[in-house]
Design a protein around this ligand. Structure first.
Ligand code: AHM
Ligand code: MG
Length: 330
């Protein structure tokens, strides 16, 4: 029989490989996994919204119904913030930084997108939570400010995502490989299902919103046209896969190989996706799995951030595919 390893056990095992570790990071990751369970509980009931009440209305219990992304945001802040392990948090849903309800001792910063791709929920398409963890730059948690959030991606101590799909999975890295856990609702645990995930060197899928063709720069158009040409030796033509839900698109390419691109376009000169809680955490995971993540020219995790909500073009996935895409940039 296979050994069942819960995510909590795995966090502990990982900690043992760092003798200097205090266990704080393990506690933080446990908090994140717990918050993910709370969000999951609501996401899987999303189809019942019509019956129980739409967002902004009152449900049959007489409670105000919140939009799921706002609900997820609140749950994560409360579930994680109340333990005092983070000094500061930053969320896609909040303009400024968030001081957690209890923050006296926390020496870490959490940046997250509570429910990415939430416009897909109404049509039963996978959505995800993305997170990124940094150490405070100073020793005093009461002095933590936005600059603690604006660290390069290369300073991340942990990152991960939860995908709410046909099953729910949590994928994370602490810089020691990438590991995936599938949620078993009958026992309420994330169980190790994908140990040491590695992304293929080259894939056969490309993921981009081709509906914005007229907005694309010529370098992107040339690369897409290249992928469509027939050439057995280089595995072309590639197939298109685009869900429009970042975590789902990334997760598929991570497991099967391929490239996801949200480039700079005429409409979005800096791309659409956010550096601090979308691109950086996925870049950390992708590199740890043997892949590559750039903005077309520069490594994502080397970008010096200036704003919490700053955007970046994103080229992420199999190393050979990302390198090829970069070769078209001029
Ligand atoms: P959101 O944060 O408003 O949910 O938007 C992010 C989503 C990503 O999940 C996805 O990769 C992207 O937007 C899709 O954008 P587009 O519809 O322009 O292709
Ligand atoms: Mg988002």
């Amino acid at each position: 029989m296979n050994k069942l390893i819960t995510i909590e056990r795995h966090f502990l095992e990982q900690q043992k490989s760092h003798p200097e570790a205090t266990g704080e990071l393990t506690d933080l990751l446990n908090d994140v996994a717990f918050a993910a369970k709370l969000v999951r509980r609501e996401v899987v009931r999303a189809g019942l919204a019509d019956i129980l009440g739409m967002a902004g209305t009152t449900n049959v219990q007489g409670e105000e119904v919140k939009k799921l992304d706002l609900f997820a945001n609140e749950k994560i802040i409360n579930a994680i913030g109340q333990h005092g392990r983070f000094a500061l948090m930053g969320s896609e849903e909040n303009e400024g930084t968030i001081i957690p309800p209890k923050n006296q001792t926390g020496r870490y910063v959490l940046l997250f997108d509570p429910l990415d791709g939430s416009s897909n929920i109404d049509v039963n398409v996978s959505v995800g939570t993305i997170f990124s963890i940094y150490r405070l730059t100073g020793d005093d948690p009461s002095q933590a400010d936005v600059n603690d959030c604006l660290q390069k991606g290369s300073e991340q101590v942990a990152a991960g995502y939860v995908i709410y799909g046909s099953s729910v999975m949590m994928v994370y890295t602490t810089g020691n490989g990438v590991h995936g856990f599938t949620y078993d609702p009958t026992i309420g645990e994330f169980l190790l299902s994908h140990e040491n995930i590695t992304i293929p060197e080259q894939g056969k899928y490309y993921s981009i919103n081709e509906g914005s063709w007229q907005q694309l720069h010529s370098s992107t158009i040339d690369y897409i046209n290249y992928l469509k040409e027939e050439d057995k030796a280089t595995g072309r033509p590639y197939s298109t896969r685009y869900i429009g839900s970042l975590v789902a698109d990334f997760h598929r390419n991570l497991l099967t190989g391929g490239i996801f691109i949200y480039p700079a376009t005429r409409k979005h000169p800096d791309g659409k996706l956010r550096l601090m809680y979308e691109a950086n955490p996925l870049a950390f995971i992708c590199e740890q799995a043997g892949g590559r993540a750039t903005n077309g020219k520069t490594r994502i995790m080397d970008i010096d951030p200036t704003e919490l909500h700053q955007r970046t073009p994103l080229y992420i996935g199999s190393t050979q595919d990302v390198l090829k895409a970069e070769s078209f940039e001029h």
